[in-house]
Design a protein around this ligand. Structure first.
Ligand SMILES: *[C@@H]1O[C@H](CO)[C@@H](O)[C@H](O)[C@H]1NC(C)=O
Ligand SMILES: *[C@@H]1O[C@H](CO)[C@@H](O)[C@H](O)[C@H]1NC(C)=O
Length: 208
C-alpha cells in the first residue's frame, strides 16, 4: 500500500513539473521547427481554442473547382504544439484537389458529404485509390503524393485532419508550372515537351 502511495505521489509531482497543458502560438513572435512561442496564459480565453473558419464553404470559383480552407497554426494558433491541425475541402461538381504532398504530416480525410475519389502513390510507386462516400475515412501517409476528386454529380465536402500544426502543402503542378523554374529545366527534368510546359505555365502563371 505504501509503495502504491509513493508511486502515486511521484506521478503527481512529476506531472506537475513536466506537463504543460498548452502553448497557444504567439504569431507575432518567430516561428521555428518546434512552433511558435506561447502566448501568456493570462491573455487566453476560450476563443483561443476555437476556430470558426471551417463553418463556411470555401470559394470554388477557380481553375480546380475546389477550395482548401486551412486551420493550420497560422490561422488557428490554438493548435500550436499540439501535433495536429485541420482543413476543410469543398469540391464543386468536377472539382479536384490536384496531386500534392504535405511534407510535415500524415492526413486523415473524412467525407462529410458526397463522393470523393482519393488516392496516394507510395515511394515504390504502388497506387492506392478508391472512391469514398459520406462517413468513410482514408489516411494519406506523410510526404506521399495524393489527390482528391469529386466523384459525384453534386458538391462534395470533407474534413481533413493532420498530424502536425503546420503540415505544409506542395502542389506538384504549381511547383512545376507556377514557379520560375526555367522551361528548359522543366522539360529536361519531367520529359514533357516544351509546348506542354509553356501551355501549363501560361495557365498557372509560371515564368522563366
Ligand atoms: C497580453 O495582454 C496584454 C494586455 O492586454 C498585451 O499588452 C500583450 O501584448 C499581450 N501579449 C501577447 C503575447 O498577446
Ligand atoms: C469567388 O471567387 C471568384 C473569383 O475570384 C470571385 O469572382 C467571386 O466574387 C467569389 N465569390 C464569393 C462569394 O466570394
Amino acid at each position: 500500500m505504501l509503495h502504491v502511495l509513493v508511486l502515486f505521489s511521484l506521478i503527481l509531482s512529476s506531472s506537475h513539473a513536466l506537463v504543460q497543458d498548452f502553448c497557444v502560438g504567439d504569431l507575432k513572435g518567430p516561428d521555428g521547427p518546434a512552433g511558435f512561442s506561447c502566448k501568456p496564459p493570462s491573455n487566453l480565453t476560450v476563443d483561443d481554442f476555437v476556430f470558426t473558419g471551417l463553418a463556411k464553404a470555401g470559394n470554388t470559383s477557380n481553375i480546380i473547382s475546389a477550395a482548401v480552407t486551412p486551420a493550420f497554426v497560422g490561422q488557428f494558433p490554438g493548435v500550436n504544439g499540439l501535433g495536429l491541425s485541420a482543413a476543410r475541402l469543398d469540391l464543386a461538381p468536377g472539382g479536384v484537389i490536384p496531386m500534392h504532398t504535405h511534407p510535415g504530416a500524415n492526413e486523415l480525410l473524412s467525407v462529410l458529404h458526397g463522393h470523393i475519389t482519393a488516392g496516394f502513390i507510395a515511394s515504390d510507386n504502388s497506387v492506392y485509390v478508391t472512391t469514398l462516400k459520406k462517413g468513410e475515412i482514408m489516411v494519406f501517409p506523410q510526404g506521399l503524393l495524393h489527390f482528391q476528386i469529386n466523384a459525384g454529380k453534386n458538391g462534395a465536402l470533407a474534413l481533413v485532419t493532420f498530424s502536425s500544426p503546420n503540415p505544409g502543402l506542395q502542389i506538384l503542378d504549381f511547383a512545376l508550372f507556377a514557379s520560375n523554374l526555367p522551361t528548359k529545366i522543366v522539360v529536361k527534368t519531367t520529359f514533357l515537351d516544351e509546348a506542354t510546359v509553356k501551355k501549363l505555365k501560361a495557365v498557372l502563371g509560371g515564368t522563366g
